[in-house]
Design a binder for this molecule. Structure first.
Ligand code: PTJ
Length: 251
């Protein structure tokens, strides 16, 4: 069934549309075939939270919005899944924050990096940074260690949706703050990040952009008030509790 054939009345219309986007991403050479597996894992968790943005995510999105506005040099890191699913939202986010977009993929492929850059440019991005072979993030061995000297290297905060745990750990150890979106509240990325949004990427991006637009006129003191007292462990606890209650039939 193609995206045109998915009836809008289908109870899981949005989920099916996301599937179509990720398959199209693989066909276009943007998304790695491994990305299909990662997406399936995400879908399973999405199902367990009833495919809705829950209170624990709403709280984290509010804090993420304030942190992104407070950051001196925020950078948006893009991989094959996020490029296929939310290219327009990534560009909108970079514009309202005046933040760089940088491609950083786990499964090494120069071809795919080029395809992702092309896709983002076609979607309206003015500038897309690519990893540089002579600029390296220490504490990590995968392809993700290569970063851009005008992007992640300069960043004090990196937004890294659908991340792998190793790089998240390396970024945090380097003193940078990390905001992630990960439907799995027990993943290493979720546990290591400064702020974890346990929600579907497409839903979370929409709300994050809305929250940033609402908070944009606030000064640093007001923004800090949103951030103060935030406890990422508590947010993850609430997400795990919600999922456990779904399993036990309490939700
Ligand atoms: O393009 P590349 O080479 O960088 O590869 C990208 C993937 C995502 C394949 C790579 O980073 C990877 O293997 O990631 P993991 O380790 O499978 O982690 C992906 C996490 O994202 C998992 O915890 C999933 O539950 C979660 N996830 C998947 N789809 C979504 C999601 N979280 C939020 N929204 C989604 N749509």
């Amino acid at each position: 069934m193609s995206s045109k054939e998915v009836p809008k009345t289908h109870p899981r219309y949005l989920s099916l549309m996301m599937r179509e986007k990720i398959v199209a991403g693989v066909e276009k050479g943007i998304t790695s075939p491994h990305g299909l597996i990662a997406h399936g894992r995400g879908e399973a968790f999405n199902y367990l939270i009833g495919e809705q943005t829950r209170e624990f995510a709403i709280e984290a999105i509010g804090v993420a919005a304030a942190k992104l506005l407070l950051a001196k040099y925020p950078v948006i890191s893009v991989n094959g899944n996020s490029a296929a699913l939310v290219a327009d939202e990534i560009i909108e986010l970079s514009e309202i924050l005046n933040a760089k977009i940088e491609i950083n993929i786990f499964h090494t492929s120069g071809f795919r990096e080029e395809r992702i850059a092309e896709h983002l440019h076609e979607s309206g991005a003015r500038e897309v940074l690519l990893p540089e072979q002579d600029v390296v993030l220490s504490g990590i061995d995968s392809n993700r260690r290569f970063i851009n000297s005008n992007g992640i290297e300069k960043a004090d905060l990196v937004f890294v949706p659908l991340e792998d745990g190793d790089r998240c750990q390396a970024l945090v150890q380097s003193g940078r703050e990390v905001i992630t979106v990960d439907l799995n509240p027990v993943s290493r990325t979720a546990v290591t990040s400064t702020v974890t949004i346990v929600d579907d990427l497409a839903r979370a991006m929409k709300r994050l952009i809305e929250n940033i637009s609402e908070l944009k006129s606030k000064g640093p003191d007001e923004l800090k008030a949103y951030v103060n007292g935030f406890d990422n462990e508590q947010v993850l606890y609430k997400a795990k509790k919600f999922i456990a209650e779904t399993f036990s039939g309490l939700n």
